[in-house]
Design a binder for this molecule. Sequence first.
Ligand SMILES: [Zn+2]
Length: 153
Amino acid sequence: MSDEHDVPPKARPSAQATPAKPRPRPQDPIEQEFWRLCQDGQLYFQRCGSCGIFRHLPRYMCARCGSPDYSWEPSSGKGTLFSWTVTHQALHPAFAADVPFVAAVVELEEGVRMATRLVDCERDRLALDLPVELDFEMIGGDFRLPVFRPREG
Ligand SMILES: [Zn+2]
């Protein structure tokens, strides 16, 4: 049985290969449905079947009226930058090539906010209420992760 400690550090596989970015691994069926819908290249949010408000993160009851009734409705994919921070240190080696990157909270036209990444945005453009639009980053070649980019026009 080989022992990793017998191998010089630069020869270890972990020092040479960039690991894949981690994917969301939702345990709850309602969260699994959110991510499954993203794989169609469209962002969906739950909409209350009683009072009509959109909600995110996925959950079983409406926070406004308590109704368990909902449907999945497509988002316009348009929103504005609600908050952000520029990350300069990769806390996971799969993100080393991406730093610095913008971790953001986007407010969608449907009224929900979601944590995401802002891509293709020069730092001098970062501003509250910057118009943004949905895009998808492919993770591992077959998983769509929703991200946002500045909206032109
Ligand atoms: Zn409701």
